[in-house]
Design a protein around this ligand. Structure first.
Ligand code: ZN
Length: 878
């Protein structure tokens, strides 16, 4: 969702319907037990012009103990008729706070199977939740597409239903649309009939699934497809755009058979569509509806004229993530949202794994160490962290659960467990779990049990330490002298925290892999729950690399002498460990655990011919350091040093791709253009401006490979004339992706007057409403106070552009890049005024992020200034 990944699952109530009555009575935020849905027949007739729809639903239900009332979920629905078994009618009471409808009958319902029929009307929204409209323009005028997004709990805005993941049932959906339009849902079309200018489309009945996975898209659509084994795989787009779906179709065609094999259970539906809609959401990029995955266009479409290498790899990765959910999430589903992480962590890890197998040339392992792993470690070391498994007492808290802890820490913990258990045993455990719980629901411990049964290892002990406790372990390393060709290494553990140390002591069972720089076999040491230091005897006399392979979820702190030896031997260290060490070193210097210039000292040891992904890490961190130096008199010296270090690399790889270069070089180029732009490199800024100017008449002047990064540099340095040029080009851009990119870029202007003008523009009719929040988010990167104040002053209007799932997080998030301690009080005051108490996790995470940055700046600034002043004439030796 927020991380370009969304979630949908299917649940099966199965034979366990009444056994559920033995669960504890306290189920905060959940429907009462006793009545369970078995099958839904839903028919909707949308009116796109008036943003409303009429609906009918017939639900086969099993009634447990006799009752005279049925409670199910409904929001923004007007229920106009309710009948049981075709006769008995009911009175309907809606509770908008609880999001329920209570149907009360005059006489008690007998236990057993009944059919409940409801008639109702509902709303079509203009933000991405429930049943919603997406507007876009074509050469022949404006168009409106209708689509759905139901996770976590918005299916209840589409039809009255038991809208909880464990209430699995089968769904048969029917929709009545204008006859020139088409519609897609989870299952293939079973019949289509023209009736008086309208078309009645009925879809085949789905397998048992959770309500949040139900999907419908209606519009002027086209589809490309390919048979992959027995499965009809398709990409569905607005008319004229399907050519940009080829890349994703190829990706899915490769990924699907790989998963069939990995999970040992073939994909169970007859078709798998990937549906692209224009626009964007603050909450998600794609959603794994079973058989009908929804993507916003930038997450699915690759346009050879517009899309860069990072776009292409991003699309592959999102497809891999969403298709993984078709098993992990859709076929086997978490019982309740407190185990959401299992869906998201697993899909995050699985997408990395399949990419490593199918696209090894991208080196996804290195990429995940510097991106996903770092994202998790950063949030988890802050004051607002929480355990991976957390209680979810309400829909609000369920929406908040989609954070880097669920996705990235979840994925990192699964990676660590796979590494500890071995690839083959882990896969066999997953296959058993899929077979055993297909079409059902689980809690996390049921996965650990299957993995333990296969491997004989105490999986749950380690897994519980990392999922039920918050925080990042810090492994402190001291290396003894070498004796008889072996080195004794002492490993101690504590908790790594960016802010005030917590009072509660936390320890972990941690599998730690070590290897000597000399080579030789790695050794695994298990740190114990009692926290007592552990000694490991390592073959070889070189310095020890701890967390060899960087599959372990912890930071490593070496004794100063060991750090110096590792730096001297840096080129001999495997690339994945070089990247891991660079990430750890930057974080340790931010936390004040090592001298602030420690990162730069290590960066100078990075060979100039290193893997492009390692050079990319260095370049990106140089951009972060520049930000720490914002407002410092030493920033000019720093920029001179940064340019002198990075320009030789850029000069070597050049502005344009050459036919034989690696995709990793393409990624490095994108980063270097942005970072050198930030460092005010005159040649890069001039080169970007010149290409952007020529591109007004000649599209080839700005090839796809560098298009986004050049646009970002020009927008950052825009003057008023350039800003006007951006507005004109954005309005004229025919493709929604390009339109969105150019409008968003307006927010990047460094000039605060122009940034303010962009914010004002975002709320006018000149900007398509789907892109308004993109502009605000872009402006918040360099002007967090400006963007935050702007949104607070216009709170009601701004929130009109934000979908329900992001309502409480969006405005605080605009402040999150601030390094001004004064912002903390402003954010807190806003939250206390406007955000319900149980929906403040995102606010707390924003506040922790700001305070971490304030503290890190205090610790790092003097040493970074001193470094900049002394080195401005001495570049890294690239
Ligand atoms: Zn996901």
């Amino acid at each position: 969702m927020r991380t370009a990944a969304a979630i949908l699952l299917l649940l099966v109530w199965s034979g366990a319907t009444f056994a559920a009555a033995t669960e504890p009575a306290a189920r905060p935020g959940r429907l009462p037990l006793g009545v369970a849905p078995v099958h839904y027949e839903i028919s909707v007739e949308p009116d796109a012009a008036t943003l409303g729809f009429r609906g009918r639903v017939a639900i086969d239900i099993d009634v447990g103990p006799a009752t005279d009332a049925i409670v199910l979920n409904a929001v923004d629905l007007d229920i106009t008729g309710a009948r049981l078994d075709g006769k008995q009618s009911a009175t309907v009471a809606l509770d908008s706070a609880a999001q329920t409808a209570t149907l009360t009958f005059t006489s008690p319902l007998r236990p057993g199977r009944h059919r409940l029929a409801l008639e109702y009307t509902g709303r079509i929204y203009t933000t991405a939740n429930g049943f919603f409209a997406v507007d876009y323009t074509t050469e022949s005028g404006p168009r409106r597409m209708l689509t759905t997004q139901f996770e976590v709990a918005d299916a209840r805005r589409f039809a009255p239903m038991w809208d909880e993941p464990s209430a699995k049932a089968t769904f048969a959906l029917e929709v009545i649309v204008p006859k020139e339009q088409s519609a897609y849902s989870n299952m293939p079309e079973a019949s289509a009939r023209i009736e008086g200018g309208r078309k009645r489309i009925r879809f085949a009945t789905s397998p048992k699934m959770s309500s949040y996975l139900l999907h419908l898209t209606v519009g002027e659509l086209e589809r490309i497809s390919r048979k992959v084994g027995a499965v009809d795989v398709g990409v569905v787009t607005r008319k004229g755009a399907s050519g940009s779906g080829r890349f994703a179709l190829d990706a899915a065609a490769a990924i699907l058979p790989w998963y069939d094999d990995y999970f040992g259970t073939p994909y169970p539906l007859p078709k798998l569509d990937m549906i692209a809609v224009p626009g964007s959401s603050q909450f998600f990029g794609a959603m794994e509806n079973w058989g009908a995955i929804l993507y916003f266009e930038p997450a699915l479409l690759v346009d050879p004229r517009l899309s860069s290498e990072s776009d292409r790899q991003g699309v592959f990765y999102v497809v891999a993530h969403e298709v993984a959910h078709q098993w992990f999430g859709n076929l086997v589903t978490m019982d309740w949202w407190d185990d959401l992480w299992l869906n998201e962590g697993f899909a995050t890890w699985m997408a990395q794994k399949v990419t490593e197998n199918l696209r090894p040339q991208w080196n996804p392992r290195l990429q995940s160490v510097s991106s996903s792993r770092e994202a998790a470690l950063r949030l988890d070391a802050g004051e607002a962290t929480h355990p991976v498994v957390q209680p979810v007492p309400s829909v609000e808290t369920a929406n908040q659960a989609f954070d880097s802890i669920a996705y990235s820490k979840g994925g990192a913990v699964i990676r660590m467990l796979e590494d500890a258990l071995g690839e083959a045993g882990f896969r066999e455990g997953i296959r058993r779990y899929m077979r055993k719980y297909a079409y059902g629901n689980t809690v996390t411990d049921q996965l650990w049990a299957e993995l333990a049964a296969v491997t004989g290892q105490p999986v749950a002990d380690i897994a519980h330490d990392f999922t039920l406790q918050p925080g990042v372990p810090l492994v402190e390393v001291t290396t003894g002298p070498c004796q008889s060709g072996r080195t004794l290494v002492t490993l101690a553990q504590s908790r790594f925290e960016m802010g005030t140390p917590s009072k509660e002591r936390v320890t972990w069972r941690i599998p730690v892999r070590l290897r000597s720089v000399d080579g030789g076999e790695p050794v695994t040491a298990l740190l114990t729950k009692d926290g007592v230091p552990v000694k490991a005897s390592l073959p070889g006399c070189g310095p020890a690399v701890v967390n060899a392979g960087h599959a372990g979820y912890f930071r490593t702190l070496y004794a100063a002498a060991d750090t110096a030896r590792l730096r001297d031997n840096f080129a001999r260290i495997p690339q994945v460990d070089q990247l891991g060490m660079l990430g750890d070193t930057w974080a340790l210097s931010q936390a004040g655990r090592i001298p602030a210039a420690g990162y730069l000292e290590l960066a100078t040891a990075v060979p100039g011919d290193s893997d492009p992904l390692i050079l990319q890490q260095v370049a990106a961190t140089f951009g972060k350091i520049d930000r720490v130096l914002d407002g410092s008199e030493a920033q000019g010296d720093w920029r001179a040093y940064g340019r002198a270090s990075l320009r030789p690399i850029f000069d070597r790889i050049g502005w344009l791709p050459v036919p034989v270069e690696s995709e990793k070089v393409a990624l490095l180029r994108e980063t270097l253009i942005r970072v050198l732009g930030r460092l005010e490199d005159p040649a890069v800024i001039a080169g970007a401006r010149e290409r952007f100017a020529r591109a007004a008449k000649d599209a080839d002047a700005l090839p796809a490979a560098i298009r986004e990064s050049v646009v970002a540099v020009v927008a950052r340095h825009a003057d008023a004339a350039t800003w006007n040029d951006f507005v004109a080009r954005a309005k004229a851009a025919p493709e929604p992706i390009e339109k969105q990119r150019l409008f968003s870029a307006l927010g990047l202007a460094l000039d605060p007057t122009l940034a303010a003008r962009s914010l004002e523009l975002s709320l006018t009719a000149e900007v398509p409403s789907a892109f308004a929040t993109n502009i605000m988010q872009a402006a918040s990167i360099d002007h967090p106070a400006l963007a935050f104040d702007f949104a607070v002053q216009r709170e009601k209007v701004v929130l009109g552009y934000v979908e329900a799932a992001s309502r409480w997080a969006f405005i605080p998030s605009l402040a999150s890049t601030s390094d001004d301690s004064g912002m903390i009080e402003k954010v807190r005051a806003y939250a206390e005024r406007s955000v319900p108490a149980d929906a403040r996790l995102a606010t707390e995470q924003t506040i922790a992020e700001i305070s971490d940055r304030v503290r890190a700046k205090e610790k790092q600034l003097p040493a970074l200034e001193a470094w900049a002043r002394s080195r401005s004439k001495v570049a890294m030796t690239h």
